[in-house]
Design a binder for this molecule. Structure first.
Ligand code: CA
Length: 242
């Protein structure tokens, strides 16, 4: 689960402590000591998660969280607030500003890692290394392999060979099963930020993915929702032939 985490914290000792521990866990770390610097970094690289100190030298973490939530490009980034405050009112203000969770200072590295993991699992399940089994498919993000689990021969699953884009696409759709995604959402989340390609690229890769799944009789799992986009569903759909 290697994700890019932006740490916005003006106290060097705490910034260092967090950075060392996140890197040890395999995460990529960006550091900023003010909201302004954080904004510049975000303009270049969209992080997967932001650890945001409440008290910053320029604007408060609370205000910065609100700004991130207001902008289209950053509104979905998970935010964990770092705070010495433990007042009930502060927690509510933070949640209303869009924070996903809190870590109260002082905290242990174990708590930090555990909370990040929990937020990522909830907010970005496609970033987790969890094996997903759905509709007779078994997808393993660590080995990048997909198998069809057959009821007749459970001991000998058939491997489905997917290209890297089709794998990421299938992983994303399975991680958010039954949810419908627009082409724009899929481009953002599967192809990545700052990528300028056309919506129909998504259709091309969906077609490829279906063709591969068709060879194992699983093409109906990837469904077209007319006028909206695509979803992975284990329920049969009238609209599944798209
Ligand atoms: Ca501070």
């Amino acid at each position: 689960m290697a994700v890019t985490i932006l740490v916005v914290e003006d106290e060097p000792a705490i910034q260092e402590l967090i950075t060392v521990n996140l890197k040890r866990t395999g995460h990529m770390v960006l550091c900023a000591d003010s909201a302004e610097q954080a904004k510049l970094l975000i303009n270049n690289v969209l992080p997967d998660l932001v650890l945001l100190d409440w008290m910053l030298p320029d604007v408060t973490g609370l205000e910065f969280a609100r700004r991130l939530r207001r902008e289209e490009r950053t509104k979905a980034i998970p935010i964990i607030m770092l705070t010495a405050r433990i007042q009930e009112n502060d927690k509510i203000a933070g949640l209303e500003a869009g924070a996903d969770d809190y870590i109260t200072k002082p905290f242990s590295p174990r708590e930090l890692i555990a909370r990040i993991k929990a937020v990522l699992r909830r907010r970005l399940p496609e970033m987790a290394d969890d094996i997903i089994e759905l509709g007779g498919l078994r997808l393993d993000p660590t080995t990048h392999r997909v198998h069809v689990c057959s009821n007749d021969e459970p001991s000998r699953p058939t491997e489905v060979s997917l290209g890297p884009t089709e794998f990421r696409l299938l992983h994303f759709l399975m991680a958010y099963k039954e949810r419908v995604h627009t082409r724009a959402q899929l481009l953002d989340r599967v192809w990545g930020d700052h990528v300028f390609i056309e919506d129909r690229t998504v259709d091309v890769h969906i077609r490829r993915l279906r063709k591969i799944l068709e060879s194992v009789g699983k093409e109906n799992l990837v469904q077209t929702v007319r006028g909206t986009g695509y979803r992975f569903s284990v329920e049969c759909s009238e609209e599944s032939i798209g």
